[in-house]
Structure formats: C-alpha cells, structure tokens
Design a protein around this ligand. Structure first.
Ligand SMILES: CC(C)(COP(=O)(O)OP(=O)(O)OC[C@H]1O[C@@H](n2cnc3c(N)ncnc32)[C@H](O)[C@@H]1OP(=O)(O)O)[C@@H](O)C(=O)NCCC(=O)NCCS
Length: 137
C-alpha cells in the first residue's frame, strides 16, 4: 500500500521518537518545550505510523527536528519520502532556509536532500551533532 503523509499531533510522535531515538530515557525526554508551536507530520503505511518529523517555522526559516522511522522499517525509503514532503512544504511557505541539527553519522543522508554541513557542531547525550542547512530558492 502506498505511504500516506498526514499532519499529526505532537503527542502522536512521542512513541516513535522515544523508541527510535532515546529508548533508555524517560518519555518526557523526547518532548520539546515548543512542540505546541510545531507542525508534526507522520507517514502511515496500512494505517500504521512508521515515520515522524516535526517542523518549526520562525522568521522565514524552518527547522526540522525529531525525525525518526521505526527500526524495522528503516532503509525502505519512507524517511526520504517524508523529508521530501517537508522540503516541498517549506518551499510552498516561501521560506528562505531549512535546517536541522543532524547526528554526524546521518550527515551523508541529508546531503542527498541538498543540505550542506555548516561549521556549527556540538555533543549531546554522547552523540555528535552538526548543523546542516539548505538555502531555499
Ligand atoms: C534518519 C532516519 C529517520 C531515516 O529514515 P529511513 O526511513 O530509514 O530513511 P530512508 O529509508 O529513506 O533512507 C535510509 C537509507 O536507506 C537508503 N534507502 C532508501 N530507500 C531504499 C531502498 N528502497 N532500498 C535500499 N536502501 C534504501 C537511503 O539511501 C538511506 O541510505 P543512507 O543512510 O546510507 O544515506 C532513520 O534512519 C532513523 O530513524 N534513524 C534513527 C534516528 C535518527 O538518527 N534520526 C535523525 C537524527 S538527525
């Protein structure tokens, strides 16, 4: 069945965020203080939520955060489908820039979407991050 992307609530993103990204931390750890201000999208296959991403728009720029696909469904193209949709939404909103804090080991993945590594890096929870961005036309 074809994947379907729909807007969801931040609450609906939490189980996948937790299971995929920070399973050893309490559920609250994957909540974002500004979740209420975000746009949250989910990719469903056969009515099952497989992949989630959250978009935060400010001052003509969009940051995507908490992008995660259920482990058993990773590597099947679902994340790419969801990220392409986010890029399309950002373009439609006439935004100048889309950016994310990427896990360093995922930076090659994001370059496939026209994102470029900046020189901003940091470490959180023992994981190396780099800011990546794409300037929108
Ligand atoms: C990052 C993440 C969301 C990507 O989701 P995904 O659904 O696995 O994404 P895709 O399947 O589209 O792409 C994953 C890889 O599979 C490859 N791929 C995509 N479709 C494919 C297919 N049909 N067959 C084989 N490989 C495929 C992609 O090229 C990509 O390769 P790469 O990682 O070497 O660049 C997912 O890996 C994840 O949840 N990771 C853990 C959390 C995380 O790191 N989040 C991002 C924080 S920055």
């Amino acid at each position: 069945m074809n994947p379907k992307i729909v807007q969801i609530t931040s609450q609906e993103t939490l189980p996948i965020r937790h299971e995929v990204m920070w399973p050893t931390k309490p559920l609250d750890y994957v909540k974002l203080p500004k979740d209420d201000e975000g746009l949250h999208y989910g990719l469903f296959v056969n009515n099952e939520l497989i992949s989630v991403i959250s978009l935060f728009i400010n001052d003509g720029e969009a940051q995507f955060r908490k992008f995660a696909t259920l482990k058993k469904h990773q590597g099947k193209g679902y994340g790419s489908t969801l990220l392409n949709e986010i890029m399309r939404i950002a373009s439609e909103e006439s935004l100048n820039r889309i950016w994310c804090n990427a896990r360093q080991n995922k930076s090659d993945f994001y370059t496939k979407f026209g994102m470029i590594i900046t020189d901003e890096t940091y470490v959180k929870g023992g994981i190396d991050f780099v800011v990546m961005e794409r300037i929108l036309p």
